[in-house]
Design a protein around this ligand. Structure first.
Ligand SMILES: Nc1ncnc2c1ncn2[C@@H]1O[C@H](COP(=O)(O)OP(=O)(O)OP(=O)(O)O)[C@@H](O)[C@H]1O
Length: 424
């Protein structure tokens, strides 16, 4: 069993590409730890540095209390599974799983018993005599996991092992993998870009962006109490409303959130008031999840400063719920644009991204077209997204007033960091 510590680890690839910046992280013995982040954020690089497949540029990697920067991979007792778990094509599943034990000279009968037991736990015992080419993607991944776990590594590293599988199989396998590694007690580091996978599997998780660790904690902590606006947005599905406001402390009234055409007033007795007051007169980002805004019955009175309103522009059926999009005239924030570290990459001229191309197609201004709307990462996608309770569905074109659950609003500064303390 092993604990892993990264102490101020940087990785700069030979061409000058900065992949990981000053990462400090402790992964405890026996933990199922997930590294989550968008493509290119440095997840695989961290995993490969832990495995010893990639040199550490600066900082220290500790394995079980010893600095391991220079330890050769074979002396780390680490097993790794990749997106396409590579199996020897000319060996059966059993042959593949036996291989690591044969190499280390284990007793054949004992090795065979071990393979059968693990294949049973992985649900592939009926196919251990088949060749990899005759298996489905999910079965091949199970066999690859079996081969990695058979020699009881002290550290198990998985790099997007489910990303090539279809959605149903991914759900099924993530439950099984989590149960299996927990039952063995093996410290596991699991890389994914899928927030659902991360939240459902992790004991604790880290969210990365541009090589920087944005947040570390249990899935509940990170979801309920995210450290940055990027983390809040990355984990929210349906997307969180991120609204641009100016905050004013108004004597006798409370903390006024001025969204331009609309306002909310946070009462003075709100526990976050003392932290927020230091932002008097400044830009803040207000995060409101779609399930924390509720349409009120048309015509019913609402005290001023307690509702946001808009005109329903679109309705979406999601099976278990409806979502509504309302035009509210409030500038929204693009979380991916807020609080980035300085450009990490040696730069080529920027190609238009998918978002720019889509904006061009649907006729919305690209950021360059209207820089005045883009500072601090906000742009005009003036919609409020909210969840509709069963039975009370508005129609497209209706004007709705939405009460906001103030307790669940999240406040971020213009730099993307939470204004109020984050508890870990
Ligand atoms: N061998 C390499 N040489 C130069 N740059 C590299 C190399 N490997 C990765 N990078 C760069 O380092 C950054 C981090 O890459 P990494 O593969 O760790 O990201 P990731 O989060 O695992 O992404 P993905 O989910 O797409 O696999 C990226 O910008 C990538 O282009």
């Amino acid at each position: 069993m092993t604990d892993v510590v990264l102490d101020g680890v940087d990785k700069v690839y030979p061409g000058g590409q900065v992949a990981v910046r000053k990462v400090r992280l402790r992964i405890n013995d026996g933990e199922l730890f997930v590294l989550l982040g968008p493509s290119g954020c440095g997840k695989s690089t961290i995993l490969r540095m832990i495995a010893g497949l990639e040199e550490i540029t600066s900082g220290d990697l500790w394995l079980n209390g010893t600095v391991a920067n220079e330890l050769p991979p074979r002396e780390r007792n680490v097993a790794m599974v990749f997106q396409e778990g590579a199996l020897y094509p000319h060996r059966t599943v059993k042959g593949n799983m036996m291989f690591p034990l044969e190499v280390s000279g284990d007793d054949r009968a004992e090795a065979h018993a071990k393979v059968v037991e693990l294949a049973r736990a992985l649900g592939i015992n009926s196919m251990i005599d088949r060749m990899p080419g005759t298996l489905s993607g999910g079965q091949r991944q199970r066999a690859a996991i079996g081969r990695a776990l058979i020699r009881e590594p002290s550290l198990f590293l998985m790099d997007e092992p489910l990303s090539s599988l279809d959605a149903g199989l991914r759900t099924e396998l993530r439950v099984e993998i989590a149960a299996l590694v927990r039952s063995t007690g093996t410290t596991t580091v699991y890389v994914t870009h899928d927030q659902v996978e991360a939240m459902t599997m992790a004991d604790r998780m880290a969210v990365l962006r541009d090589g920087v660790l944005e947040d570390v904690g249990t899935p509940e902590q990170i979801y309920e109490d995210p450290a940055t606006v990027f983390v809040a947005a990355f984990l929210s599905s349906p997307p969180m409303n991120l609204l641009h406001a100016t905050l004013w402390a108004v004597e006798g009234e409370g903390l006024l959130l001025d969204f331009g055409p609309q306002r909310l007033t946070l009462p003075w007795d709100d526990p976050r008031a003392s932290a927020l007051i230091s932002h008097h007169g400044r830009s803040v980002i207000v995060g409101i999840r779609p399930d924390t805004m509720m349409p009120i019955a048309p015509g019913s009175p609402a005290p001023p400063g307690t509702v946001l309103s808009g005109q329903v522009r679109a309705l979406e059926f999601h099976g278990h719920e409806w979502l509504a999009y309302a035009e509210a005239g409030i500038p929204t924030i693009d979380a991916t644009e807020v609080g980035r570290p300085e450009e990490p990459q040696a730069h080529e001229p920027r190609r238009p991204g998918l978002r720019d191309r889509l904006r061009a197609m649907i006729g919305r201004a690209a950021p360059e077209a209207d820089p005045a709307e883009e500072h601090a990462g906000h742009h005009r996608r003036s919609d409020l997204i909210f969840r509709i309770a069963p039975g009370g569905r508005p129609n497209r074109g209706d004007h709705v007033a939405l009460t906001v659950d103030f307790d669940r609003i999240l406040f971020f500064g213009a730099d993307g960091r939470r204004v109020t303390p984050v508890h870990r």
